[in-house]
Design a protein around this ligand. Sequence first.
Ligand code: FAD
Ligand code: UDP
Length: 392
Amino acid sequence: MKQGYDCLVIGAGFAGAVAARELAERGGKRVLVLERRNHIGGNAYDLLDEAGVLIHQYGPHIFHTNDKRVFDYLSRFTRWRDYQHRVVANVHGKEMPVPFNLTSLELAFGKEKAAELEKKLLDTYGAEKKVTILELRQNSGPELAALADYVYENVFLHYTMKQWDQSPEEIDPATTARVPVFLSRDDRYFQDQYQGMPQEGYTALFQAMLDHPNITVEVNTDARARLTLPPEGGAPLLDGEAFHGFVVYTGAVDELFDCVYGRLPYRTLEFRFETHPVTFWQSHGTVNYTVSEPWTRITEFKYLTGQELPGKTTIAKELSHAYTGAPGETPYYAVINPENNALFGKYQAMAQSYDNFYLLGRLAEYKYYNMDAIAARALALCDALIKTGQVL
Ligand code: FAD
Ligand code: UDP
């Protein structure tokens, strides 16, 4: 091909990096990766701050998966630090495990009352079961209904209003189902088989993944300045010339078409980083503020990374806002509902009118995907591209 590349990958986050490596290594293709930020890693990017603390610039990222293929794949590029994330909710100054579990029950209701409620819960749902807050609220028995109200009010309602500006009933039920009530004393945030943090950080993982002779990465490059999508569909143009290789696009799909049908709604986040002259500032890696404060949660990175650094620590407070598309703002969460999905469908159809053009990733697919899901999707897409030369 005239441009010297067989594949174009737009974005160097999990979707783009896994796809680039697969196409380059297994597919034997020459891959150009364009990334508009000044670094690789997408939202999983980490770096040392001014105090020397390893922070996650775009919010705390904890790796967890049940997908052995994904875990084995990423393990080629990093060793792992064993880390099991634990989160507490700050409820009027009292800290209790989230997901709300049998320990939280005791902290909220006292031993005696908790024992009664525990028996009712276990009789109704079974031990070690996960019950979403919306399911629990459908329980008609008065005692469990009162418990459901307590959890709804003290764990879900205000946090969800802060995060989404909508109530738990209004948002996609799969969202609150990510953090179910857990009828267990297991106080970990995730129960996945494989959990941990990249030993040297995420950025090092991405450097290793993108370090391949068939891969060229250009940062500080917005693909929209290099890629043209002719209105009639067909072959995209790269630097003004028809490009007949695969194009994997991992950015927001509405932007690709100048938001002609209107903007896809997203939530953005504001991170307020603070460095404090203490070795640890809070009790857990993440504390959720479920009834008070304007922020949803505070994360203290040293818990996650295991970095040993006496006498200083950095925390990040997270505040959620509607994404407006203003310069410098990042879209983080798709606002999933039937109307927005339909709007996404229009952009998706436009993207599908281009040859060999694939939408991949949390932004491009307008979904609430974790890192492992994205890696799995990138592997699956490349399986299909490499095997058949195209995805059917
Ligand atoms: P991104 O990481 O967003 O990468 C897309 C890249 O494309 C970006 O670097 C962007 O700059 C680039 N790009 C976009 N448009 C263009 C363009 N026109 N030209 C060039 N480049 C472009 N998942 C977990 O598994 N565990 C967690 O603990 C976790 N925590 C999270 C916390 C927060 C606050 C958020 C928002 C997400 C979290 N996630 C977590 C999800 C995780 O961030 C995503 O699953 C993952 O980053 C998605 O990777 P991606 O490549 O699809 O997207
Ligand atoms: N949630 C909540 N209270 C909590 C934790 C989560 O209401 O203490 C709800 C909230 O709606 C949130 C969703 O559950 O957006 C998913 O939480 P998760 O921690 O998975 O969100 P993420 O880490 O992806 O921001």
